[in-house]
Design a protein around this ligand. Structure first.
Ligand code: GLN
Length: 444
């Protein structure tokens, strides 16, 4: 839809980085409108990771692995040293997942900290601009430049709220975290999914043991609504997307179906015909699927069962996190968690970013091209560990941790030895982005 479109203005994030002395190197490939988990739904072809199976990391040998999505191009540009850092949007995991699949660091900040003005919207209530770099210190440097109020983005956190959050974090019992007091680390039981491959599970455990060895304490916690988070996300995100994408109608900007004028009336056809043909030709399969899903769940008959229900689940997911964290949510959400009041409150939560090592690109395209109509669901499941923090608007980072070789050698996993990194995800309370970054640094 936007293949030939070049924006007449820069997004706030671009302008802010340039003002700080950054050189913008270019735009990177991604899933169309950020919809996907493998960067295979692009008009320009799939993003190829520089990593290959069977221990070969050079281009042209072995089978390329998926770079993850949707910001796969940004992750590969960073992983292959083509740039210092890259931006992407993270709506449900699109910065964390590609970072995990390419062995780099990916931060999704708290919702509302970084301006979305000029960023193409996918699902406004979930969209965040995220940062990808090889080191956490670089992510922090870019984050510090971008973390400011922008009056042009109505969801940008006000200066007043920002200083209120900063005040809350200054409380003596919080500000001493890490420096003088060991961290209480929450281990979410629900993230121990049946789908976790042994390598991921063992690397997660060894990360926790490393932190325990550094003097921090581990606490099993329950986030019971996690099991419904993925379904809720895949109702809410497409619903918002179907409304956002309505502006691509062939009239205002972007692609217009050939042979039609603005009104679509050239051949006596109605403007509905113009919209339908433009959307049919301009959007790829996955985007059309999301528009259909979203329009359905927002329709009068389905609204109660799908959209409103998903919003309730979203509140429960938020409440579960609030119940687990020692720091009160500075936005003061009063919802009730389904979890029993947690005895030990934690400072930070650590889980895997995703359940397995990156699949090969060929296995994904084979699956997508198969006649099975459940194929799209396979990529949705990849997001099970990233969407909860998105629904709750929390800061989360994926850091690469060296693989602990699995004792039970799954054949697929042993082919990945050249890759060698697993994404470990660190989730903090709303506004606690600094602690998330500091814990990421402990794991480098
Ligand atoms: N894979 C998720 C989706 O397709 C997340 C995408 C994103 O964060 N942009 O919706």
């Amino acid at each position: 839809m936007l293949e030939k479109f070049s924006s007449p203005f820069d997004a706030t994030v671009i302008k802010t980085l340039e003002d700080a002395g950054a050189v913008i190197g270019g735009k990177t490939n991604l899933d169309e409108f950020g919809m996907g988990s493998y960067s295979t739904h692009s008009r320009f072809g799939p993003v190829k990771s520089s990593f290959f199976v069977r221990g070969k990391e050079r281009q042209g040998e072995g089978e390329p692995l998926s770079a993850g999505g949707s910001s796969g191009g940004s992750a590969v540009a960073v992983a292959t040293n083509q740039c210092y850092a890259a931006l992407g949007t993270d709506t449900g995991g699109s910065v964390r997942l590609p970072a995990a699949y390419t062995g780099v660091v990916g931060l999704k900040p708290s919702y509302g900290l970084i301006s979305r003005w000029g960023v193409v919207a996918y699902a406004n209530s979930l969209d965040t601009v995220g940062i990808i770099a090889r080191r956490t210190s670089t992510v922090r440097e870019v984050f510090d430049v971008l973390n400011h109020h922008d009056a042009r983005d109505p969801t940008s956190l006000s200066t007043f709220t920002r200083s209120r959050i900063a005040q809350a974090l200054l409380q003596p019992q919080l500000s001493s975290r890490l420096s003088s007091r060991p961290l209480r680390i929450g281990v979410p039981l629900e993230y121990n999914l049946a789908e976790l491959t042994p390598t991921v599970r063992e690397t997660w455990l060894s990360t926790l043991k490393t932190l325990e060895g550094q003097g921090h304490s581990l606490h099993p916690i329950s986030l019971p609504s996690t099991k419904h988070a993925l379904s809720a996300y895949y109702i809410l995100a497409p619903a918002e997307a179907s409304s956002n994408l309505a502006k691509y109608d062939g009239v205002r900007y972007g692609t217009r179906a050939d042979g039609l004028d603005k009104t679509g009336d050239e051949n006596g056809d109605s403007s509905d015909y113009l919209y339908a043909r433009t959307r049919g030709e301009g959007f790829g399969d996955e985007v059309r699927r999301r528009i259909l899903l979203g329009s359905f769940s927002l329709s009068a008959d389905a609204m109660d069962n799908y959209f409103l229900q998903a919003q309730r689940v979203r509140r429960l997911v938020q409440a579960d996190f609030d119940n687990a964290f020692a720091l009160n949510n500075p936005l003061g959400d009063e919802s009730q968690s389904q979890a029993p009041p947690s005895t030990t409150k934690v400072d930070i939560i650590i889980g895997p970013t995703t359940s397995s090592l990156p699949p090969t690109l060929s296995s994904i395209t084979e699956d997508e091209n198969s006649a099975s109509n459940t194929a799209p669901l396979h990529s949705y499941v990849t997001d099970a560990c990233t969407v909860p923090a998105s629904l709750a608007g929390l800061p989360a980072i994926s850091v690469p941790v060296s693989v602990v070789p699995s004792s039970s050698t799954g054949s697929d996993e042993s082919r990945h030895e050249g890759f060698g990194k697993i994404g470990i995800q660190i989730i903090g309370q709303y506004g606690d982005d600094e602690l998330v970054l500091r814990v990421a640094e402990l794991l480098e």
